[in-house]
Ligand binder design. Structure first.
Ligand SMILES: Cc1ncc(COP(=O)(O)O)c(C=O)c1O
Length: 344
C-alpha cells in the first residue's frame, strides 16, 4: 500500500484550486513585456489598490520582488538595516551584496519586531569609512520567528525613524495577509507605513506562481526595467495572473482556519517528551518547535514522522510545520497521533 502524506513542510506546497485552474485555461493573454496582457494589468491594478499604492509589478517570485525592491531603493556603497533572522537577509542567496552592492546590517529583535532604539543605533553616521544607511527592511509575518505578527505600532515607530533619518522602508510581506487576518489590521494600514511592499500569491493564497511588488509609480516603473534585466520579464503570463486574481479576492478569509489548525497542532504536541513549544506564541500558520530528545535527533524525528506520513522541515532552532489549504483537521489529528506514537 502506498502511503499518502500530510504535507506540513510549507504553505508553498498548496495546489491551485479548481477555480484557479479553470481561470488559467480561460485567461485572456497578451505579451506582458510589450505591456499588453490585460489579465496581468488587472492583477497589478488590483494589487496596487489593495495595498493603497500607486502601482504594482507582477514578479515570478518573492525573492525577485525583494531583490528588485532593494535595488530600486539603494545605490552601491550603501547599507540596509535588516532583522537578524529575516528571510531577505538569511535565505535569499545574498542578493543584497550580489545584485545591489549594499551591505545588510542585522539588528536583533523581540520575535521579529526591532526596537526603535536598536534601529537608531544601527544607522550609520556620515563617515568616509562606512556605508551610508538608506533602507530598512521589515518582515510581516515573520517566517523564522514562527509566523509572528509584527504589530502596527512597531511599523509606526519604524516609519518615524525613517522619516527623521531620510530612509526608505521596504516590507517583505510574503505573508502580510496572514498578519492582517490574525491581527484584524487591514493590510493597507501596514502598507501605509512603508514605501514598498512585496507579497506572495504562491504561498497560503494558493496561486501556483508569483509575488507582487507595490509602491510609488515612478519606482515601480524602474522596477519593471530591473525585472527585465533580472530575466523576469514574462510574456503571455495572464495564465499565471488569473489565479493570482482569485488568490487576492477569494483566498484571504480562509487563512483564519489555517491559524486555528496551527494553534491546535501546537497544543496537541506541547508537553510531549522532547518537544519545546509554547502554543500561545503560535499566531498564524507556522509552528516552529525546538526538539531535544535523549534517543532521537531532529533528523531521526523527521524520518520517523515521514514513516507515519507526516512531512515537516528542519529549520534553525528545530522543526517547522505549516498549516495551509491542503491540510485539514484530519491531517492535524494524524500529526498529533504520530507525535504521541513516536514520543510516548
Ligand atoms: C518571508 C519570506 N519572504 C520571501 C520569501 C521568498 O519567496 P519565494 O520563495 O517566492 O522566492 C519567502 C519564501 O518562503 C518568505 O518566507
Amino acid at each position: 500500500m502506498t502511503l499518502t502524506y500530510s504535507d506540513f513542510r510549507s504553505d508553498t506546497v498548496t495546489r491551485p484550486t479548481e477555480k484557479m485552474r479553470k481561470a488559467m485555461a480561460e485567461a485572456v493573454v497578451g505579451d506582458d513585456v510589450l505591456g499588453d496582457d490585460p489579465t496581468v494589468q488587472e492583477l497589478e491594478r488590483l494589487a496596487a489598490e489593495t495595498m493603497g499604492k500607486e502601482a504594482a509589478l507582477f514578479c515570478p517570485s518573492g525573492t525577485m520582488a525583494n531583490s528588485i525592491a532593494v535595488k530600486m531603493w539603494t545605490n552601491a556603497l550603501e547599507e540596509v538595516i535588516v532583522e537578524e533572522r529575516s528571510h531577505i537577509y538569511n535565505m535569499e542567496s545574498t542578493h543584497m551584496t550580489f545584485i545591489s552592492g549594499v551591505t545588510p546590517r542585522p539588528v536583533r529583535s523581540d520575535r521579529g519586531a526591532m526596537a526603535p532604539a536598536d534601529i537608531v543605533a544601527a544607522i550609520r553616521k556620515p563617515n568616509v569609512h562606512t556605508p551610508q544607511t538608506t533602507l530598512i527592511c521589515l518582515e510581516n509575518t515573520h517566517n523564522n520567528w514562527g509566523g509572528a505578527v509584527i504589530p502596527l505600532e512597531n511599523f509606526k515607530a519604524v516609519r518615524r525613524i525613517a522619516d527623521e533619518h531620510r530612509l526608505k522602508v521596504h516590507l517583505d510581506g510574503a505573508r502580510i495577509f496572514n498578519a492582517s487576518v490574525a491581527s484584524g489590521v487591514p493590510v493597507r494600514k501596514f502598507a501605509d507605513q512603508v514605501d514598498s511592499i512585496q507579497f506572495c500569491l504562491s504561498k497560503a493564497l494558493s496561486a501556483p506562481v508569483g509575488s507582487m511588488l507595490a509602491g510609488p509609480k515612478e519606482r515601480i516603473e524602474f522596477g519593471r526595467r530591473l525585472r527585465k534585466a533580472f530575466g523576469g520579464g514574462m510574456r503571455q503570463v495572464g495564465v499565471l495572473a488569473a489565479p493570482g486574481i482569485i488568490a487576492l479576492t477569494e483566498m484571504v478569509d480562509r487563512l483564519k482556519d489555517d491559524h486555528a489548525r496551527a494553534k491546535r497542532l501546537a497544543r496537541g504536541m506541547s508537553g510531549l517528551p522532547g518537544v519545546q513549544i509554547d502554543p500561545e506564541t503560535v499566531e498564524t500558520d507556522i509552528v516552529i518547535f525546538g526538539f531535544e530528545h535523549p534517543k532521537l535527533s531532529c533528523a531521526a524525528m523527521l524520518e520517523r514522522m515521514k514513516e507515519k506520513g507526516i512531512l515537516a522541515l528542519a529549520v534553525a532552532g528545530g522543526i517547522r510545520m505549516v498549516t495551509h489549504k491542503d491540510v485539514g483537521d484530519e491531517d492535524v489529528d494524524r500529526a498529533i497521533r504520530a507525535f504521541q506514537d513516536i514520543l510516548s
